[in-house]
Design a protein around this ligand. Structure first.
Ligand SMILES: NC(=O)c1ccc[n+]([C@@H]2O[C@H](COP(=O)([O-])OP(=O)(O)OC[C@H]3O[C@@H](n4cnc5c(N)ncnc54)[C@H](OP(=O)(O)O)[C@@H]3O)[C@@H](O)[C@H]2O)c1
Length: 384
């Protein structure tokens, strides 16, 4: 049987043309009935996420062309109601509310190779009024949860990414330096919602946590979670660009001055001991300063490359300092289950602020996201 619904869809961009932002189109959309390992759901709330923006901007890839599909539906963070389950489904029941687990294609150990509703072929995201997913792409919201569906929608991608990244980063630090030698590690982070989730976990694990950000609203949100906010507007020229460094005198002077201010903060806040775990979701422009701030036996951890991914470092220096570089990509299913159980018990969910966009306002949400007018967890409703 064919299921008929409507969705905000993307079509391929012009072949060979420079990447260009597109408008989403609201269209009728059809797909086949779910198979025995699949579920049919109605999305309730979604959360705007970086790769939804990338898909519409067609940067770094045109996902329709990469997937060889004429029509793609994005949206990989959200909460849905289960309408129907296939005969083999054990992870959820009809009528239950679930969150989206966006592992699209996984390897033999369960870790994601491709992301659902982004680069995983044949997957359809929460911008559709009905969706079909594999049973391991949903996680039941705990019964009688004390948290809202909007919070779980915001949690589903960024906080599960944070869980998997933190588990490896903290575990790596503890292989290097046991708790008896370093009871309260220092954890810092650059970036947005994933970094915030991870630093909230760091606090839970007894770390002294600091997040760097650059707007009054973000700094207040960080402080409200008990994480030390550090305003990067005080060193706004900390943007390393190898092509200009030492070639453009004025740029170099500004960069070095900013790096000095940043390192003075590191010195003061850490009492000269530097940072044990540095979460860097930004990449190239901050890597030089991040590595300078990292303590010996320090861990630099990431799952993101917001401002550039081709990094250079001096291997000898990193080896001698015993710096460990942790790289992860979303999570495997068992980590998703663990993250949800922990979140419910310890109230580890994103703080939400701002309006909830209606389904009709989704193109406006993409525009506001592009213009930097929304917070780290912008929520939209689909079938509520
Ligand atoms: N691999 C995965 O599984 C996975 C999952 C989720 C996200 N990601 C990636 O991780 C990255 C972060 O995502 P997110 O959703 O947590 O954050 P986000 O909402 O994209 O926010 C990123 C934040 O980084 C800060 N920033 C930007 N440029 C900076 C710079 N030059 N120096 C210092 N800070 C800078 C900004 O904070 P201020 O403006 O306040 O300074 C910005 O709000 C993105 O690239 C995303 O695609 C990967």
């Amino acid at each position: 049987m064919t299921i008929k619904t409507e969705a905000w869809v993307l079509h391929p961009g012009d072949k060979g043309a420079a990447p260009q932002a597109t408008e989403l189109a609201l269209e009728a959309f059809e797909f086949e009935d779910p198979g025995p390992d699949e579920v049919l759901v109605s999305p309730l709330f979604g959360c705007m996420e970086g790769n939804m923006g990338h898909a519409v901007e067609r940067k770094p890839i045109d996902i329709c062309r990469a997937r060889g599909e004429q029509t793609c539906v994005v949206g990989n963070a959200g909460v849905m109601r289960v309408d129907k389950v296939g005969a083999n489904v054990t992870t959820c029941k009809q009528g239950q509310e679930v969150l989206l687990f966006c592992n699209g294609v996984w390897d033999k150990y369960g870790y994601p190779e491709r992301i659902f509703a982004y680069d995983a072929p044949g997957t359809m995201g929460v911008l559709a009024r009905k969706q079909k997913l594999h049973q391991q792409q949903v996680i039941a919201i705990p019964e009688n949860s004390t948290h809202t569906r909007e919070q779980w929608a915001a949690f589903s991608l960024r906080y599960i990414t944070a869980w998997s990244n933190w588990e490896l980063a903290y575990g790596t630090l503890r292989l290097l330096v046991p708790e008896k030698d370093l009871p309260n590690p220092v954890a810092w982070g650059w970036g947005g919602g994933v970094t915030m989730g991870e630093l909230a976990l760091a606090k839970h694990y007894g770390c002294d946590a600091t997040q760097i950000a650059s707007s009054d609203e973000r700094l207040s949100a960080i402080e409200a979670l008990g994480i030390r906010p550090l305003d990067r507007r005080g060193f706004k020229d900390l943007y390393y660009d190898k092509s200009r460094f030492r070639k453009d005198e004025e740029y170099t002077e500004r960069y070095i001055a900013a790096e000095k201010v940043f390192m003075a903060h590191v010195q003061k806040i850490t009492g000269g001991n530097n940072v044990n775990i540095f979460l860097d979701f930004v990449g190239v422009p901050v890597l030089r300063a991040t590595l300078k701030a990292l303590a010996r036996e320090g861990v630099i951890a990431t799952a993101g490359w917001k401002e550039g991914m081709l990094i250079e470092m001096v291997r000898a220096t990193e080896c001698i300092a015993r710096h460990q570089h942790v790289h992860t990509h979303y999570a495997k299913y068992s980590q998703g289950l663990d993250a949800v159980a922990f979140a419910e018990k310890h109230h580890w969910l994103p703080p939400l602020e701002g309006k909830v966009y209606s389904y009709e306002e989704i193109p406006q949400l993409f525009k506001d996201y592009r213009d930097g007018k929304v917070g780290w967890f912008p929520i939209f409703s689909i079938n509520d």
